[in-house]
Design a protein around this ligand. Structure first.
Ligand code: RFL
Ligand code: PHB
Length: 390
């Protein structure tokens, strides 16, 4: 089997298949240092944590990850807690994507399994046949070719696998948002025990964290803003205003990293073409408000790994044939949840929108039914939505 991309999706899938004795080669365009340092998601939902533990890569997660049993939802003057275990029996973990990637790379290298970093000219061929191929140039400049039974496209949104599906067969659904997140990583202990999602007339703000000594904070900015226009003082001021509550102050510290990330919802179908299967960001993108992107990639992998294991052990394609539908059911659920959280929390400047958002927030914090919907989605639905909507 050949896997294109060593992000969380490609690394986890190859880890699960290699552990079951399936030959699997991973090719990655970037260097090991780059993929291990790429700052992205920070929240792992319960089914993700369960899978990482079951796959034997949960040791550092259990030692260093922070289990969170809730989040705070806030608007000016009010902060309310959503209690996850009470509503769903599940929790989430603060454990950075960088750490997940480090654990999976280490496991793969320790097993002596093939993982080629810094490859170029990657292309997939003959995916419509039973003997697809991947060609690439390795880090030393040698042209290489992998003959495989199956090729997995885990190469992210800008990868080459999705575009290799004939345009006439492909369909995409997309929603752009007129705002973006300005994120900072700061060397300061978090000023909160659990994440704070704050609605504010100036725009959304989020207080997250990476460890007991590192905070991760975000503010909503216009999609056209440039990071050069946001000196550290301006960012801290915006955070103080939007996250502030009487009797509570935000601790500040040196900014280690800052950047602006645009937001979009995107779903592409099919997720399979012949012997090419897409997983994770290669097939779909969600805005980060629901903390779903990484978890959705892991869910695709869970479903595809089971199907591939059946295929490689018995030759049966029954589960492979069901992959797209099983994965897409969950993708659309997470797409809806991420859109809903985004729409509820980001301000547009319109007064009517603001009133609707506050009414929605009021309902979430005062109705057990509404809070449960948020908690179920945030902590992660089971990997297969059996009997889910078609
Ligand atoms: P990834 O992590 O993008 O990995 C794809 C890998 O494929 C490599 N690649 C290629 N390799 C070989 N040949 C080629 N031609 C290749 N083209 C690309 C890339 O170098 C990369 O290593 O996708 P994957 O594995 O599906 O994982 C998905 C998650 O990374 C993603 O959903 C989340 O990180 C999304 N996301 C966030 N999600 C959250 O839940 N919370 C967040 O705070 C959050 N922040 C983010 C994010 C995504 C971002 N991106 C994609 C711009 C912040 C950013 C900046
Ligand atoms: C993060 O810690 O980076 C993070 C947390 C929650 C989100 C998005 C990002 O919803």
């Amino acid at each position: 089997m050949a896997v294109v991309g060593a992000g969380p999706a490609g690394l986890l899938l190859s880890h699960l298949l290699t552990a079951a004795g399936v030959d699997c080669v991973v090719v990655e365009a970037r260097s090991r240092a780059y993929v291990e340092a790429r700052l992205r998601a920070g929240i792992l939902e319960q089914p993700t944590v369960d899978l990482l533990r079951a796959a034997g890569v949960g040791e550092r997660l259990d030692a260093q990850g922070l289990r969170h049993d809730g989040i705070h939802l806030q608007w000016p003057g009010e902060r309310h807690r959503i209690d996850f275990p009470a509503l769903t029996g599940r929790s989430v973990w603060v454990y950075g994507q960088t750490e997940v990637v480090k654990d999976l790379v280490a496991a793969r290298l320790a097993a002596g399994a093939p993982l080629h970093f810094e490859v170029s000219d990657v292309a997939v061929h003959d995916v419509g046949t039973t003997s697809p191929r991947v060609s690439f140039t390795d880090a030393g400049g040698t042209a290489r070719r992998l003959d495989a039974d199956v090729v997995v496209g885990a190469d992210g949104f800008h990868g080459i696998c999705r575009p290799s599906i004939p345009a006439a067969l492909a369909r995409t659904w997309e929603r752009g948002y007129p705002f973006a997140w300005l994120g900072v990583l700061a060397e300061v202990p978090p000023s909160t025990d659990e994440l704070i999602y704050a609605w504010h007339p100036d725009g959304f703000a989020l207080h997250s964290m990476r460890s007991p000594s590192i905070s991760r904070l975000y503010v909503q900015v216009d999609a056209t803003e440039r990071i050069e226009d946001w000196p550290d003082e301006r960012i801290w001021e915006a955070l103080q205003t939007r996250l502030g509550l009487p009797g509570w102050t935000l601790g500040t510290g040196p900014v280690l990293e800052k950047s602006i990330t645009g937001m979009r919802s995107f779903v592409s179908s099919p997720m399979r073409h012949g012997r090419l299967f897409l997983v994770g960001d290669a097939a779909h993108i969600v805005p980060p408000t629901g903390a779903k992107g990484l978890n959705l990639a892991v869910a695709d992998v869970a479903v595809l790994a089971e199907a591939l294991l059946e295929f490689f052990s018995s030759g049966s394609q029954t589960l492979l044939d069901g992959y797209e539908q099983r994965a897409l059911d969950r993708v659309w659920r997470a797409t809806h949840f991420s859109w809903w959280m985004t729409s509820m929390l980001h301000t547009s400047g319109d007064g009517f929108d603001a009133r609707l958002q506050l009414a929605q927030l009021q309902q979430v914090v005062s109705s057990t039914a509404a809070a449960t919907v948020l908690a179920e989605n945030y902590t992660g639905l089971p990997h297969a939505l059996v009997g889910g909507p078609r």
